[in-house]
Design a protein around this ligand. Sequence first.
Ligand code: CU
Length: 282
Amino acid sequence: MMDAIIASFDMLRWFPENISTFGDELDALFAVIYWLCVGIFFLTFGIMAFFLVKYRFRPERRGYNYHGNNIVEVTWTILPTILFAALGVYSDGIWELTKYSKKVPTPDVEVLVLGKQFGWYFLYPGADGKFGRNAFTDRQARSLMSATNPFGRDTNDPSGLDDFMTENQFRVPVNANIVMRGSSIDVLHSFFLPHARVKQDVVPGTWMTIWYNLFKTGKYELACAELCGGGHYAMRAEYMVLGKAEYDKWLDQKDAEVKAARSPQPTPEPAADTTQTVASLR
Ligand SMILES: [Cu+2]
C-alpha cells in the first residue's frame, strides 16, 4: 500500500530515456532534490491540515493576538539556508562536469547552432573538420550575418567553403564528444535535448558552449525550452544519433552536395554542325 502511494508520486518515471554519459549523475541529483521537495510538501501541508482541524471554530474558544516569535523565525531562516547551501555543495560536482569551461572535453565533432523564430540552424565544419571565418570564429564577421547567411560566413575564406548549413536537420555520431556553440539571431531560445540531459539558453550576441557524449543511436526529440513567441511550439524537431559509419556517409553526402553547388555550371556544348560532319564523311 505504502509502496503504491510512494510510486504514485514518483514523477521521475516521466523522464525520457537517458542516452548521455553524464545523465545518470544528473538524474540522481534531480531525484535528491525532487524527493526533498515531496517530503517538505507533505510536512508543510500535513502541519497545516493538523492545525486547521485542531484550532477549528468553537464557540467557547477565544482567539488571541501575539507579535513575533524569535525562535520560530530564526529556525525557518537557518534551516532553509543550511538546506540550500548543502544542495549547492552537493550539486557542484555535476555542475562543474557539465558546465565549467575547463571541463569541456576535446571535441570529436563541433557544430554551431542558432535559434531563430521559429526553428534551428546548424553549421558543420565540413570535410576539413574546421570552420572557416564566420560570426563564431571571428566576432567581426557578425556584420555579415543576414537572413540568407545567418552564421555570417565569409565566402572569401577558402577554409570555409566546405562548411555546410542545415535547417532543422541535426545529426551527431554516437560515442563522440560533441561540442557545440549556440547563439540566437533574434530572441532568447533554449537548446533542449531531453534524452541527452542537455538544456542551454542561447542568447543573441554571444556563444554558449554546450557539450555531451551520447551512447545510444536512434531518433530523439529536440525542442526549444524558452518561451520565445507565438511559434515557440514549432521549434520541436527530431535529431539522429548515428553510428560512426552512417554519420560519415551523411557527411560525405553533404560534402558532395556542397561541391556540386560550388562547381561552376558546365557551359553547354555547342550544337554539333551536322552539315559539316556529313560533308567530311564524303
Ligand atoms: Cu525558441
